[in-house]
Design a protein around this ligand. Structure first.
Ligand code: GDP
Length: 507
């Protein structure tokens, strides 16, 4: 756009712009720095162990030659890309297996290199023999995440997409799958790219002003720039905010069920899970340790933790250890369900933040129904709860527990359980729909976005105070740097090893 722009900048600027301007389709300069990146690699792509099928993946320049040396049914070196071939694999006249070979020629493959996938019978012994044969013919065993790392280095995907591959494989709920899929398909990268492109445009104009500093010209319209920064802040803050939900999607929502012994915690856990997981007993203090179970409601994973009951005094050492663990779990939990026995209600003052708490009156089937008069019920109660209250509750319970969000259930009869499940989902979604757009689920992205937000704030303060172009440009560079860290435009070998080292071998 501005011929000669780079020549007048100091070298560090040139390097910087080269780094941040890299197009996604170009080969990453890191490629040359990594050792062994041009080897042909091999690994089992399916989970180890016995299965109907096992898939072995090769990637690199010799992939097709290696498979061709083993494959005896036809000449694979002349076969086109994206084709399947059935035949026998042989090593030194020994038949290894009858397999299906898929061929993908560079650059139209997952890694951008020649890729071969061998579908064999899912025996560990057969898989090991085929991998050993490939190694004997020149392949080396792949490092953890190396296939996806190669895809990143070849510009097939950015870092957010590469990381989403691991998230997608690890996803165990609908919400996690949707979010990982969106990121893997480039949704997050797209959000960041438009932000970066706009910042880059202004940055170029401001840097240009620096070159004409003697002439007191202003290329970058400060009003437009201000509007851009405001918009960038809005987008960034929304992404940062989505991490709360993203964290929940990735790790599940920790729900601690607490309350006095015999309040019905274990019965509630069993009821929610629809199975007899915890021991239910009339003897107080039965649950001495915590029990954890996973429950998926509307695509969100909840990790239910049935805790030992809390009572003021116990001489039982094991029970008191259990109570100590309960306090620990309560602190760690995202949501705490406090169960109160409606047949002998005693208000506990459980020391937890209010926004974490859902208070539940259990055993409403035992409560006297003699005074169900709607008009006398606390008028601040929601219609639903008034209905519950009027239908089932002794009014004195409301005097005792004026909490408008109090829920009424019977873990024994199932009454109110669906409403409780709804309340759990609502607490997570906080009035929003289950997100289909970008949800930040990765702590690394979240940290970098916070740095972007800080830099954007500095730019805004700078604009408010009519700061000079060189100081503004410094903050813009910070914002661009951290945006680039998320997508992988700005990165280093150590960081890449850390990210891809967490992948499995074969990914
Ligand atoms: P925990 O110590 O809090 O885990 O309590 P439990 O789940 O072991 O329940 C204690 C007793 O209360 C058991 O006899 C349960 O059958 C009974 N119980 C639990 N929930 C209800 C309920 O909703 N209604 C009635 N009537 N009994 C319940």
């Amino acid at each position: 756009m501005f011929p000669g722009f780079f020549c007048v900048l100091p070298l560090s600027h040139v390097e910087f712009y080269k780094a941040v301007n890299r197009q996604p389709s170009t080969v990453n300069p890191m490629l040359g720095k990594l050792t062994g990146w041009d080897n042909t690699i091999v690994a089992l792509a399916t989970a180890p162990g016995i299965g109907a099928l096992g898939v072995i993946r090769l990637s690199g320049p010799e992939s097709i030659d290696i498979i061709n040396a083993l494959f005896h049914s036809k000449n694979l070196s002349i076969q086109p890309s994206h084709t399947l071939h059935v035949g026998l694999l042989k090593m030194n006249d020994e038949i290894l297996d009858e397999v299906v070979v898929s061929l993908y020629r560079a650059p139209k493959s997952y890694t951008g290199e020649d890729v071969v996938e061998i579908s064999c019978h899912g025996s560990t012994h057969i898989e090991e023999k085929i991998i050993a044969a490939c190694v004997q013919l020149g392949a080396r065993l792949a490092r953890a995440g190396e296939f996806t790392q190669r895809a990143f280095l070849k510009g097939k995907m950015d870092l957010t997409q590469a990381e989403a591959v691991a998230d997608l494989i690890a996803s165990h709920s609908e919400a996690a799958r949707l979010s990982a899929l969106h990121t893997m398909r480039g949704g997050f990268a797209h959000d960041l790219k438009s932000l970066r492109d706009q910042l880059l445009g202004f940055s170029a104009l401001i840097e240009l002003e620096l070159d004409f500093s003697q002439e007191d010209v202003e290329f970058a319209d400060r009003k437009k720039f201000y509007a851009l920064i405001e918009e960038a802040q809005r987008v960034t803050n929304e992404l940062i905010e989505s991490f709360k939900y993203g964290n929940v999607i990735r790790n599940g929502v920790q729900v601690a069920i607490v309350g006095k012994p015999n309040a019905g915690k274990s019965t509630l856990l069993n009821r929610l899970l629809n199975e007899q997981r915890a021991i239910v007993s009339e003897i107080a203090g039965t649950t001495r340790d915590t029990i954890e179970e996973v429950l998926v409601i509307e695509g969100i994973e909840f990790r239910l933790i049935d805790t030992a009951g809390i009572r003021a005094h116990t001489n039982d050492r094991i029970e008191s250890m259990g109570m100590e663990k309960t306090r620990e779990k309560m602190e760690q939990a995202d949501i705490v369900l406090e169960i109160i026995d409606a047949s002998s209600p005693v208000e506990e003052n459980i020391p937890i933040e209010k926004q974490k708490l859902i208070r539940i009156l259990n055993k409403i089937d035992l409560v006297n129904n003699t005074k169900p008069i709607l008009s006398t019920v606390n008028s601040t109660l929601s219609t639903d709860l008034m209905y519950d209250a009027a239908r089932r509750q002794d009014i004195s319970l409301h005097d005792k527990f004026p909490d408008p969000d109090l829920m009424f259930i019977s873990a024994k009869t199932s009454s109110g359980i669906d409403k409780l499940k709804r309340a759990l989902v609502d607490r997570v979604l906080q009035g929003k729909k289950m997100r289909e757009g970008t949800v930040v689920t990765n702590a690394r992205h979240h940290d970098a976005l916070k740095q972007v937000a800080t830099a954007l704030n500095e730019i805004r303060i700078g604009l408010d105070n009519n700061l000079s172009g060189d100081l503004l440009s410094l903050d813009i560079r910070h914002a661009l740097h951290y945006l680039g860290e998320i997508t992988g435009e700005v990165t280093n070998e150590e960081q890449l090893s850390w990210i891809f080292g967490k992948f499995c071998i074969g990914k």
